[in-house]
Design a protein. Structure first.
Lengths: 282, 532
């Protein structure tokens, strides 16, 4: 299925507001992740109830209640933001690095190199990504480092394609032709003239991809293949509590809402950036 | 504080989505009316029985159905005492090596053919045949001539004799205090020789023929299984039920919903619902609960550093808060201080270890590990095991032991623990095959068992000697005293952290009467009746 090109958020005023909302969500997420130790009095892994008699409802000393082990849900949620951001961020960094390199090289050199690299992209795209993720996550012992590396190593294809497309048009521009006429090396042209041109688009994709990576991480954690226990992770929080949904719905709803807000935040930011870049260009 | 107010609001909104506990199926309460004949009992199972051939199927699903289709010479009463079943009576020779049974005269197979001693002999020889690949064969290797028969040297087992139609005799190579217990196992069930020969080793599981209270009427693989009353059953007026229907492929969650809707008569209680169910007066009279002969434990590989040192193993025992583990299983069980379940005949209190983290830290310091160490706990990846594992992870963090969790599938876990040096720590349970201390102590902790079930590779020559002395003893008092001595020594060496002895539990439809959980085997339904 061809990927639809990302489009912006519509009218200028509306798009600015939504962009701001996205930034607020992402900012809040970042703030919670950074300030987690000051936002909660509890260690996320510590069992804080004296006697476990099922999960405690929200209220009292535990604003979001306690979980199926008697741990503070708010503490796990706040520290879980760190996990999500770290995994999402590292996965995106890996995807960006691979994708931009492949895209720049393929687009600039063209010909056989382009054909070979795009064949590689197609090959990765044909593989069912969730299955591939499960296989990789089974082979490499899950850790806070291997999980984002695996997600990143699969998610770079969109970057490669988009960047390559951009480079195909940029390399025919006058300033690139001029640089070439002045005898600039391939490396210099790519790094000094093409890279700055493709970066804004890649950043937009990275913002959008961030939400994708957070969802993938949640999905892997949900399947029990995410970061190892007891590291708090939103996906794992949902899966661990799913049988309690009738009894203690906050255990499922709260991390579920957190995942949704993070995804919405990054998506709004990404689409807002598209509009912003569009405005600057026109 | 405003921030926290917002959080509470979010939490309370989420909590408002809670669904109240649905009532159980209702009906008139239990009275003292006499048992009623008729009706169909509906049950659910996650999977098909692996076999309905009693020589092969020893999983809970298979076993539960096999004991409806077949009988054994002797059986347990509601507890762990041996009572006659196909045998009317038996005698044991003074030297303990010859057992002789007199069979009931009124037993016929569901085909109408009377059961004789020849069928008993055939059934046990069939079990021993290598082609059957029965995991139960090893229990009967102690019968005189069994090994020659297995090796193909003889056409029959010398030590199983059928001198008359109603007499069966066994000669044993050595005294075996567990022999009668072994005869209660499904492996020793008596099959109809003619049917077994007609259908062959592979097909008998689809066409099981025995003398049991029920006969197999229909088995649609993956969907349902129906057992109907055996009109020729030897116990007068039993069973009460016309039939038992088992719906297959029903997850525990779905079974619970089906139970609440009255579609099935018995179900397990999901862990998530346990607290609410226990607190609900509508459910209370319907809950069945029974202590079982099980021990859940943390096994320590005694050959892997640092668990090759006793103080470290003792530190693990002192560090783990068992009370909280018991809370995590909703209090369904009792704390373990020793290895043997308290209901095990011969079990006596063992001092055990208190929950004492400072003492645990001190033991680690004695072993030169004051700074703690890192290790890995292997456990089954199911939600229940992971909760227990995380609780222990937290306990050990308090004494500086950094525990990584390795969640694996259950079959992989029981395979991995058999190989030395791979699994430093594991979370497993053991359920008694027989109500005898040897089934825990010798089977799991004798150095001879290191290739089978001694997965901690624990070895203490002194303990081995006591176990070897106790194993053949017929006199319960001396036997149990020696086993207790061994258990105390083992606990000092601490190859295990015994955690708790879980109880079995279930809920019944109010119309289901006289359904009882058993400490050793699946519940039997021939005495069960439906009030409407």
């Amino acid at each position: 299925m061809p990927e639809a090109a990302p489009t912006g958020l519509g009218s200028r005023r509306r798009s600015r507001r939504l962009f701001a909302a996205g930034l607020v969500l992402v900012g809040a997420l970042g703030l919670v992740a950074l300030a987690a130790p000051w936002l909660t009095a509890y260690d996320p892994d510590a069992i804080v109830v004296a006697t476990y008699r099922g999960p405690l409802a929200p209220g009292g000393g535990h604003p979001l209640g306690t979980d199926t082990l008697g741990r503070d849900v708010w503490a796990r949620l706040a520290y879980g933001a760190r996990t999500s951001l770290f995994v999402g961020g590292l996965a995106m960094a890996v995807s960006l690095a691979i994708g931009m390199t492949v895209g720049l090289v393929a687009g600039y050199f063209g010909g056989a190199i382009d054909a070979a690299l795009m064949w590689l992209v197609d090959l990765v795209l044909t593989m069912p990504s969730l299955l591939l993720l499960i296989v990789l996550a089974t082979i490499f012992p899950p850790s806070i480092l291997t999980i984002p590396l695996v997600i990143g190593a699969i998610g770079w294809t969109t970057f490669a394609r988009t960047v390559r497309g951009e480079v195909l048009s940029l390399r025919e521009r006058d300033y690139v032709q001029a640089a070439r006429a002045l005898g600039a090396s391939d490396g210099r042209i790519i790094l000094r003239h093409l890279l700055p041109g493709v970066t804004p688009g890649a950043v937009v994709l990275a913002a959008l991809g961030m939400s994708g990576a957070i969802v993938v991480d949640a999905g892997l954690s949900y399947l029990g293949l995410g970061v190892p226990l007891p590291t708090p992770s939103w996906g794992r929080m949902v899966s661990d509590a799913q049988t309690y949904i009738a009894v203690a719905p906050w255990l499922v709803v709260v991390p579920g809402v957190a995942i949704a807000l993070a995804v919405i935040g990054f998506n709004l930011t990404g689409y807002g950036l598209i509009d912003l870049i569009g405005e600057r260009r026109t | 504080m405003r921030r926290s107010a917002w959080l509470v609001l979010l939490g309370v909104l989420a909590a408002a989505c809670a669904v109240p506990l649905d009532p159980p199926p209702s009906g008139p309460p239990d009275g003292d009316e006499p048992p009623r004949r008729g009706g169909v009992l509906h049950e659910a199972s996650g999977e098909d029985p692996r076999y309905l051939d009693p020589a092969k199927g020893y999983d809970t699903v298979s076993w539960g159905l096999e004991q409806m289709l077949f009988n054994t010479l002797v059986d347990y009463d509601a507890g762990t005492n041996i009572v006659p079943e196909l045998a009317e009576s038996w005698t044991l020779s003074p030297d303990g090596r010859h057992v002789s049974f007199t069979l009931r005269h009124d037993v016929v197979f569901s085909t109408g053919r009377p059961m004789t001693a020849a069928d008993v002999k055939y059934s046990l020889e069939r079990l021993l045949r290598p082609a059957i690949h029965s995991q139960g064969a090893e229990f009967f290797h102690g019968i005189e001539g069994a090994k020659d028969y297995i090796a193909g040297k003889t056409k029959e087992v010398r030590g199983i004799r059928a001198p008359a139609l109603d007499r069966i005799e066994f000669d044993l190579t050595a005294v075996d205090p567990l022999f009668l217990h072994k005869l209660t196992m499904p492996f020793a069930a008596v099959v109809d020789r003619e049917a077994a020969e007609r259908f062959g080793d592979e097909d008998f599981t689809r066409h099981p023929v025995g003398s049991g209270a029920f006969v197999l009427e229909e088995w649609v693989y993956g969907q349902r299984l129906r057992l109907a009353r055996n009109p020729r059953y030897f116990r007068a007026a039993r069973p009460y039920l016309d039939a038992v229907e088992v719906t297959i492929g029903v997850s525990p969650q779905l079974a619970w919903l089906k139970y609440q809707r009255g579609e099935i008569d018995l179900a397990g209680i999901p862990s998530a619902e346990f607290q609410r169910v226990l607190a609900d007066p509508r459910y209370r009279p319907l809950i069945l609960s029974r202590t079982t002969l099980r021990t859940q434990y943390l096994g320590l590989d005694c050959e892997v550093a640092p668990f090759d040192r006793v103080p470290v193993r003792q530190a693990m025992n002192l560090a783990i808060d068992k009370r909280r583990l018991l809370e995590l299983i909703d209090g369904q069980g009792v704390l373990a201080t020793g290895i043997l379940p308290p209901d095990m005949p011969g079990a006596a209190p063992v001092p055990g270890y208190p929950h004492d983290p400072p003492a645990a830290r001190q033991r680690l310091a004695e072993a030169g590990l004051a700074a703690g160490f890192a290790t890995t706990l292997w456990a089954s990846r199911d939600e229940g095991s992971m909760r227990l594992a995380q609780s222990m992870q937290e306990d050990l963090r308090q004494i500086g032991v950094r525990l990584a969790l390795k969640p694996v599938d259950f079959p992989a876990l029981i395979e991995a623990v058999r190989h030395p040096g791979i699994v430093p720590l594991f979370l497993l349970g053991w359920e008694a095959d027989f109500p005898d201390p040897s089934n825990f102590l010798t089977v799991l902790l004798h150095s001879r068992s290191r290739d089978t079930n001694n997965n901690t590779f624990y070895s203490n020559p002194e303990v081995d000697r006591i176990l070897d002395e106790a194993d053949p003893l017929l006199d319960p008092a001396r036997r149990f005293a020696l086993f207790h001595e061994a258990e105390v020594k083992i606990m000092q060496d601490a190859p295990w952290v015994p955690l708790f002895h879980p109880a079995g539990s279930a809920v019944r439809h109010p119309r289901v009467r006289d359904y009882e959980l058993h400490p050793l085997r699946p519940s039997r339904v021939e005495g069960v009746w439906l009030a409407w």
